[in-house]
Each structure stands twice: as structure tokens, then as C-alpha cells.
Design a protein around this ligand. Structure first.
Ligand code: SAH
Length: 397
């Protein structure tokens, strides 16, 4: 099994450069190559120990021979990194979700990387399926241990290793997915009493945008009697919730045909009506504004326009453009629910972008609520960049 990787002889020893002692002091789990002076031990080691120049061990974690992030620290100081510790962390993360996985919800993120003290690991539960994303060489070596704990704790019908994170290329890990389980890797989940088809293999992310669960519930709560436009709908999440909340009319817009096809099926599954438009949301909002259409709730949840720091400026223009038109479409005194999931665009910048969209749309606007990912997506105080999703519920006057 995986336990042999924990032996001292199988680990990499990394020694910090003189003057880099502070690297681990703030307990950020990412230890970069530039901070490391000397190293010894096997290159294919799953684990590494980090030492200061005096030879004192200051951290232990997951090793990567190829990435700029040479180590993802799991323990600091003299806490021992053992198989038991790793098993206990996985079990604790699962236990933290018990209050979410109540009778009317059977899908949630079980492990959210740094937010669960498990840098590099994401595990999503979709009813009886688990979808795993591994972003690091060391974790890939420890996969049997991870799968073992997941099976023991949850007894899933199957586990799907999606293996499509861009980081895996840098880590030189295989990009082919792996399914080990019974039957097909697809299911119908229950979320706040509503049903959604999830197909992890063909779907975006791990199959569903679990991070928006609580915001979808908010959309349901404010949708009664309203005409709703759901931009970037994916498989119709916000649309189904709004319709279930008594919306007068719901239209879902997405550029992906596959997503719209599933959005239709999801509306049917829940016995609610909807309209469906396959197309570019940027064009759709312009057309609707030209036709002087008005909606009482517009949801705008685009994909991450900024995939790197260098793309932030261009991304900001994209967010401003779509939000400007979205605001024009909101009937006076009604609501816009708008999001950015670009990790590189912080809350401050996103707020500025929304401000300038309101200015150019010639509308007064106030925040009614500030929105984030649900509580199954915890953010480590030591790695705050894990907070990627931010949104606002805005009353546009
Ligand atoms: N709100 C959704 C998740 C949205 S993810 C939910 O709760 O499930 C972003 C979606 O935007 C994806 O489905 C993607 O296909 C779509 N998309 C990307 N570019 C687009 C564009 N230019 N116009 C319309 N949809 C787009």
C-alpha cells in the first residue's frame, strides 16, 4: 500500500537557503523551488521534509520534483507526518460536511485542498459517486491510501479520478481519467430538495458547480413572481431553483449545447418550465437590451475570465461589459446576482468593475448581500488565495 512512502529513507530532504527561514513561518503550505538550497533523497519521493540551514526540521509535506511548488506542507514544527495523520485529516474533512449532507442534499465538496489542510486534493461527492482531482506528484503516489479511506468512510458505488487539472501537466502526471466502480459514472443528485443530473466525465469542473449551492438557494428565495434571466447557466442550476421558487418565467443562456441539453432535462426532472438559449451571453444581453427587454432577476455567473495574473485587465473588461448590459436589463428596483470565480481578480477589483458597470449603465445600485462559496469550500487563513468565488446581490434602481 502507500504506507511505505512515509519511511524516512523514501523521503526527499529539502534544505532552505540561508535567509529563507521565514518561508514556513506563516504556515503557507506552498514551498517554492527558489527557497530551496540543497536537496537529497529519491526524486520520486511522495513526501519531503523541509529543514532550515541548521538542520532543524520545520515542515513535512507532499513532494513534487517538477513543479515550482516543490512541496505542499501538511505539518509544521515537530508534528509527524504519518499515514494515520493523513487518514485522520480525510476523515475529519468528511465529518465536517455532515450538517450539509442532510436528507435533502446528497452532494457536496468533501475535501477542499488547503481549506481542509490537504493541499492539492479535491474530493466531491455526488450521491453515491466520488470525483477526485489530484494536483500533486506526492498525492498521486498516495492515491491507494486516499481511495482506501474514502471507501472505508463512504462506501461509494465508484470513484472517478478526473485527472484533467492543468497542474497535472506540470507535475508530469497522466491526464487520462480513471473510473473504478459499478455501472456508469453518472448520477442524479439531490440539492436542497431539487434534482440534477451529473455527468462527471463530460461535465465541467467535477461535473457540477457545488460552490454555488447556497447562492442558488438565495435565488430561489427571491424569485417568486419574477421574470428571470440566467446567464452562463451551465446545466440550469440557478434556473431550476428560480422556477421552483415561483418565478413567472425563466430563461437559461449558455454557449455549450451539452450544458443546455442537460439544463432542459434538469427542468423536466423537477417539473418546472424553462426557456433555453444556446448562444454567447455577451451577444444575448446586447440583443435583449436593444429590444428593451426587462427582467426582475438577472443571474450572471461567467467562467473564470482570468486564468493568470496577466489576464486580469482583459478579464476586468469582460466582466464590466457583461455586467453593464445585465444592469440595463434589470427592471427598476429589481435584482442582479453577479459573480466572478477568477482567483486572480480580488473582491476589491470585482467591486470596482461592478461600480463602473453601474456608472456606465446610468443606474443607481446597492449591494443587498455579498456572496461566497458555500461552507463546504472552506478557505485556509494561511492560504487566503483559496477564496476564488465572490458575488453580489445588487438592487438596481
Ligand atoms: N451558474 C452555473 C455555473 C456556470 S459555469 C451553475 O450554477 O451550475 C460557466 C458557464 O458559462 C459554463 O457552462 C460555460 O459553458 C458558459 N460559458 C462560457 N462562455 C460563455 C459565453 N460566452 N456565453 C455563454 N455561456 C458561456
Amino acid at each position: 500500500m502507500s504506507d511505505e512512502w512515509f519511511a524516512a529513507s523514501r523521503r526527499k530532504q529539502l534544505t532552505l537557503r540561508q535567509g529563507k527561514e521565514r518561508v514556513a513561518a506563516n504556515r503557507h503550505p506552498w514551498i517554492f523551488a527558489g527557497a530551496i538550497g540543497r536537496e537529497s533523497g529519491p526524486d520520486d519521493a511522495a513526501l519531503a521534509d523541509l529543514y532550515d540551514v541548521r538542520g532543524t526540521r520545520i515542515a513535512s509535506g507532499l513532494h513534487s520534483p517538477h513543479s515550482q511548488i516543490r512541496m505542499r506542507a501538511l505539518t509544521f514544527g515537530d508534528e509527524e507526518l504519518t499515514p494515520e495523520l493523513l487518514r485522520a485529516r480525510i476523515a475529519a474533512a468528511i465529518a465536517r460536511r455532515r450538517s450539509i449532507l442532510a436528507h435533502d442534499t446528497n452532494a457536496a465538496r468533501l475535501i477542499h485542498a488547503e481549506g481542509d489542510d490537504l493541499s492539492g486534493l479535491v474530493v466531491d461527492r455526488y450521491d453515491d459517486l466520488l470525483v477526485v482531482e489530484i494536483a500533486n506528484h506526492g498525492l498521486e503516489r498516495l492515491r491507494p491510501l486516499i481511495a482506501d479511506v474514502l471507501r472505508e468512510e463512504l462506501k461509494p458505488r465508484g470513484i472517478y479520478f478526473k485527472n484533467d487539472l492543468p497542474a497535472r501537466k506540470i507535475e508530469r502526471l497522466p491526464l487520462e481519467p480513471e473510473w473504478s466502480g459499478e455501472g456508469e459514472c453518472q448520477t442524479t443528485i439531490r440539492e436542497n430538495g431539487l434534482q440534477f443530473i451529473v455527468e462527471p466525465a463530460s461535465g465541467q469542473k467535477t461535473g457540477f458547480f457545488l460552490d454555488q449551492r447556497e447562492n442558488r438557494a438565495l435565488a430561489r428565495a427571491v424569485a417568486s413572481g419574477r421574470r428571470v434571466l440566467n446567464l452562463f447557466s451551465y446545466t440550469g442550476g440557478f434556473g431550476v431553483y428560480a422556477a421552483a421558487g415561483g418565478a413567472r418565467e425563466v430563461e437559461n443562456v449558455d454557449v455549450s449545447e451539452g450544458a443546455i441539453a442537460l439544463a432542459k432535462r434538469n427542468h423536466e426532472l423537477n417539473g418546472v418550465e424553462g426557456r433555453f438559449t444556446t448562444g454567447d451571453a455577451f451577444s444575448v444581453v446586447r440583443e435583449r437590451a436593444a429590444a428593451k427587454e426587462q427582467y426582475e432577476l438577472v443571474v450572471c455567473d461567467p467562467p473564470a475570465f482570468a486564468k493568470s495574473r496577466g489576464e486580469v485587465e482583459r478579464a476586468a473588461r469582460g466582466y464590466k461589459d457583461v455586467n453593464l448590459y445585465a444592469m440595463k436589463l434589470v427592471a427598476p428596483g429589481r435584482l442582479l446576482m453577479t459573480f466572478s470565480c477568477s482567483g486572480h481578480m480580488d473582491l476589491d477589483l470585482f467591486q470596482k468593475v461592478i461600480f463602473s458597470a453601474a456608472l456606465d449603465a446610468g443606474r443607481r445600485a446597492s449591494f443587498v448581500a455579498r456572496l461566497t462559496a458555500g461552507r463546504d469550500h472552506p478557505v485556509s487563513l494561511f492560504a487566503p488565495e483559496g477564496e476564488y468565488l465572490k458575488g453580489f446581490l445588487i438592487e438596481v434602481r
